[in-house]
Design a protein around this ligand. Structure first.
Ligand code: FES
Length: 131
């Protein structure tokens, strides 16, 4: 199964010029590599110019084929790597990617900007609603 983490490389810390997305990518790649077999799926980690969460820098998205997509905001490379790694482990085990806020690790409970169902789930729901 395809698992990806996408990090905004354009976000700036509020009131500053720095763009911490690249630091976040490097730290998260290293931390996930260090976690080794504790995370049972490979995650491709890459950057993107903007995910329209610009008021809540940095933004980080988790996606997987046939899984819900998450967009998190207010992520700081200095303090939040452990929560991101823990969520990668959790996300790898969730067959549809769906979990409620109380089940997410640490800061990710309160910094979720969006949780989008997998397209196939939305399609099945709309079919059952139509019948
Ligand atoms: S600049 Fe990062 S989400 Fe827009």
């Amino acid at each position: 199964m395809d698992h990806r983490i996408t990090i905004c490389t354009s976000c700036r810390h509020k009131g500053k010029e720095c763009r911490p997305g690249y630091e976040l990518i490097n730290k998260l790649r290293q931390a996930i590599a260090d976690a080794g077999a504790a995370i049972p799926e490979d995650f491709q980690i890459s950057g993107v110019a903007c995910m329209a969460g610009c008021d809540r820098p940095c933004t980080v998205a988790y996606h997987g084929s046939k899984k819900a997509t998450y967009l998190f905001g207010d992520i700081d490379p200095e303090t939040d790597i452990e929560d991101l790694v823990n969520f990668a482990q959790q996300y790898a085990y969730l067959h549809d990617g769906w979990c409620s806020s109380v089940d997410r690790p640490g800061k990710l409970r309160k910094s979720t900007l969006a949780r989008i169902p997998a397209a196939i789930v939305a399609f099945e729901d709309s079919e059952s609603l139509a019948s």
